[in-house]
Design a protein around this ligand. Structure first.
Ligand SMILES: Nc1nc2c(c(=O)[nH]1)N[C@H]1C(S)=C(S)[C@@H](COP(=O)(O)OP(=O)(O)OC[C@H]3O[C@@H](n4cnc5c(=O)[nH]c(N)nc54)[C@H](O)[C@@H]3O)O[C@H]1N2
Ligand SMILES: Nc1nc2c(c(=O)[nH]1)N[C@H]1C(S)=C(S)[C@@H](COP(=O)(O)OP(=O)(O)OC[C@H]3O[C@@H](n4cnc5c(=O)[nH]c(N)nc54)[C@H](O)[C@@H]3O)O[C@H]1N2
Ligand code: SF4
Ligand SMILES: [Mo]
Length: 692
């Protein structure tokens, strides 16, 4: 009898690819070519050996029997999801032939639109060869605004770049404001540090219209009405200035526009703020005093609070707080929205914007429904979707679906699964998962760069994004050298090595060790001595750059577009403010097709306060319809005081085709955009609820 071969067992280092600030380091155990275990790397400080419950079960995603494993072409109606298998050659030839024909037509290459977001956050698979391809093609540019650009614009106008407190430092804070963020669901490894701080005596305060799992575990929870955070921050500043908690030395040395900010804050006394936010005035005063007295005091603000008409101003107002009280002086003080700007990513090398000839137009991904349906010159004749599921995640979904259903639209979708969007594809291409592809990662929540090594061979005929664009470039006859770059070549170009923070980020080191910390001190306090990367080098309470663009140069409260105060007529018909924040077991719409995760979330739910339910004669467990002029969807009612009065909450994002009635929360959300950053306003949305 031949002796059995010894099983070959290897452990490969990887990085979680999902759109999550934690960017965990993964260890993938492979036995005879098959991944058998995925766990958190214990030696990577932010991860500390722990993955969230979703990615701890990543193998259920990689080896799911729902994987798209071969190229396919559509045979049914658009949206019906009927396909037949074809070969890669036929698939790529079809795409190249159509793209060439459109480019040569009177509409020109701008009639082609790429559509991608952060299905994977890896620098290679999210924004390298793809951008080169569409730049060289002359396609329309995509404004990637669906998540964070309002907050980013507000933060950058104030602080200068997406730089903030080191997440590891929050363990040493004495007061942590968790603002518009539900880290137990969406930023687990920050929550670990907040818990550590709590054990050492820190006070945790959640500011969220909904008593999230996180708010429930904080010492204090303030539930402002959605979209009123700028008023709350200005009210805090009112009190901090009136009661002289201001760090005058810090303000004088390192900030700009104090008088203008003080004048603005003077317009927001606690009584006025109380009325705007729906909070007791003494809670606002108490919050300001706690913040003024505690040291170190840190704020973890997140994107939940900027999905409103005034989202940019809201983040800008909060970003003023740490400079006003000098909280940046401490490594465990300050604030964190995103750390992505700390990484010297070489986007020019990866994306090659120099390949763009002329000035192609830019189309906004957050209004993709209108982009596809409205008349425009040239029209969008072709869309190529990858790393995103717009038919489920983009606002005003009925219009998005109608746009994708256009018979004259040539639609390519490159996907791991047959999503709601894939159902509309003419050509559906199979994508690899993170275990099957090479990548380099930065992070928007910590300060470590990482390598993701492929641990298994691609399943079926799946290919990574970089490879598909390389093949398409060849078919299009793009001869530029950059289309010959391998993934390894791309990985070497990821960071600007002349940046002092990038000392340890060379690819050979990353590849061997798995990760490396940016070259910043262990007790990193980015703005302890000023040095803000703004035009003035100061924290800009007054921004000349904003003024030059026609914006109010000083933070202000911009009311929600849809609220009783701003639109009473609409609020009479649709009296409930509706928010649809992330469900813990989904990641946007990822995982929302896999049985184990759907089972955890049970069914689409809507949480409503007992008074709001009683006023509509609704009881817990009812099937309810959530509706407004844009559309409707159904969910199971949860009557709970975790929702404040006047606010309805639907954890999201469900796949439409797996939800009752084929609709999800985006049936009711709007395509209106934010004050800064041209971003989506998912949580600025009035609805009415009735029994289905
Ligand atoms: N499990 C899980 N994790 C995720 C995601 C996921 O879908 N699932 N998504 C990832 C992505 S893409 C992102 S951008 C982040 C998002 O994560 P966060 O940035 O934390 O933002 P949200 O989850 O949108 O909202 C966080 C909280 O803000 C609250 N909120 C809503 N409106 C307001 C408001 O006007 N003011 C205040 N103060 N609070 C408000 C919501 O009720 C919610 O509890 O999470 C990432 N992580
Ligand atoms: N109602 C409501 N809507 C929302 C939000 C909300 O809170 N409420 N949140 C918004 C936010 S913050 C965001 S960021 C967006 C997120 O929206 P999207 O970025 O569209 O995120 P996902 O829904 O996770 O879809 C990503 C898709 O990319 C695919 N994918 C993953 N890796 C790869 C790869 O390597 N190659 C290819 N080709 N495909 C891959 C996945 O299978 C998945 O289907 O949704 C927004 N929509
Ligand atoms: S989704 Fe976030 S918390 Fe979960 S493993 Fe990935 S990076 Fe870590
Ligand atoms: Mo996001």
């Amino acid at each position: 009898m031949p002796a059995a071969l010894p099983p070959e067992r290897v452990v490969v280092r990887g990085a979680c690819p999902h759109d999550c600030p934690d960017t965990c380091a993964m260890l993938v155990t492979v036995l005879n070519g098959r991944a058998v275990e995925v766990r958190g790397a214990p030696d990577h400080p932010p991860t500390g050996g722990v993955l969230c419950t979703k990615v701890a079960r990543y193998l259920e995603r990689t080896y799911s029997d729902q994987r798209v494993l071969h190229p396919m072409k559509r045979v049914g109606r658009k949206g019906e999801g009927k396909f037949v298998r074809i070969g890669w050659d036929e698939a790529l030839d079809t795409v190249a032939t159509r793209f060439r024909a459109i480019a040569a037509s009177p509409h020109g290459p701008q009639a082609i639109l790429p559509y991608s977001y952060a299905g994977t956050m890896g620098l290679l698979q999210s924004s390298s060869m793809d951008r080169r391809f569409f730049h060289r093609l002359g396609a329309s540019l995509l404004d990637r605004t669906i998540c964070a650009t309002a907050g980013k614009a507000g933060w950058v106008a104030t602080v200068g770049a997406a730089i903030g407190t080191d997440v590891l430092q929050f363990a040493n804070s004495k007061l942590i404001l968790i603002w518009g963020s539900n880290p137990i669901a969406s930023n687990l490894h920050f929550w670990t540090r907040a818990q550590e701080a709590k054990r050492r005596g820190a006070k945790l305060v959640a500011i969220d219209p909904w008593r999230s799992a996180t708010a429930e575990k904080c010492h204090q929870h303030l539930a402002p009405l959605p979209g009123t955070d700028a008023a709350l921050a200005l009210g805090m500043m009112h009190v901090l200035i009136a009661e002289d908690f201001v760090d005058h030395d810090y303000v004088a040395r390192y900030t700009l526009g104090y008088d203008a900010l003080a004048a603005r804050a003077a317009q927001y006394p606690p009584a006025r703020v109380a009325a705007i936010c729906g909070l007791p005035a003494d809670a606002i005063v108490g919050l300001a005093r706690d913040y003024g007295r505690s040291r170190p005091a840190a704020i973890r603000l997140n994107y939940g609070l900027q999905r409103h008409a005034g989202g940019g101003h809201a983040v800008r107002a909060i970003a003023c707080l740490p400079a006003l009280v000098g909280a940046w002086r401490d490594a465990a003080g300050g604030a964190l929205l995103s750390s992505s700007g700390t990484y010297p990513v070489d986007s020019a090398a990866l994306e090659r914007p120099d390949l763009i000839a002329g000035q192609p137009r830019t189309l906004n991904m957050s209004t993709i429904g209108d982009v596809l349906l409205d008349e425009r010159d040239p029209p969008v004749d072709a869309i190529y979707v990858y790393n995103s599921n717009p038919v489920a995640v983009a606002p005003e979904s009925a219009k998005v679906a109608a746009g994708f259903a256009r018979e004259d639209l040539f639609c390519v979708v490159h996907e791991i699964f047959q999503t709601d969007t894939a159902d509309y594809a003419d050509i559906l291409l199979p994508a690899t998962t993170q275990l099957e592809q090479l990548d380099v990662h930065h992070s928007y929540g910590h300060l470590y760069a990482q390598a993701n090594q492929p641990s298994i061979a691609p399943l079926g005929e799946a290919k990574p994004n970089t490879e598909v664009f390389r093949l398409l470039a060849a078919r299009m006859g793009f001869a530029d050298d950059c289309f010959g770059d391998s993934d390894d070549d791309l990985a070497r170009q990821a960071f600007r090595r002349d940046d002092p923070r990038a000392t340890h980020l060379d690819w050979d080191t990353l590849r061997t060790r798995g990760f490396a910390r940016l070259d910043v001190p262990a007790d990193y306090a980015p703005f302890a001595h000023g040095g803000f990367p703004t035009p003035s080098g100061r924290c800009e309470f007054h921004s000349a750059a904003l003024a030059a663009q026609g914006f109010d140069p000083v933070p202000d409260f911009v009311p929600p577009r849809e609220s009783a105060a701003s639109n009473p007529e609409l609020a009479r018909r649709f009296p409930l403010a509706f928010i649809s924040p992330p469900a813990r077991n989904f990641l946007n719409s990822s995982f929302a097709n896999l049985p184990a995760f759907v089972a955890e979330e049970q069914a689409p739910q809507l949480a409503l306060h007992p008074d709001d339910a009683a006023a509509r004669a609704l009881v817990d467990g009812d099937e309810v319809r959530i509706r407004n002029d844009r559309g409707s969807f159904t969910a199971r009612l949860r009557v709970t005081d975790r929702a404040r009065r006047g606010v309805a909450v639907a954890p999201s994002i469900w796949w439409k085709k797996l939800a009752p009635g084929g609709a999800n929360a985006n049936a009711v959300t709007s395509q209106a955009l934010t004050d800064f950053g041209r971003a989506a306003t998912f949580y600025d949305c009035l609805v009415e609820v009735e029994r289905a």
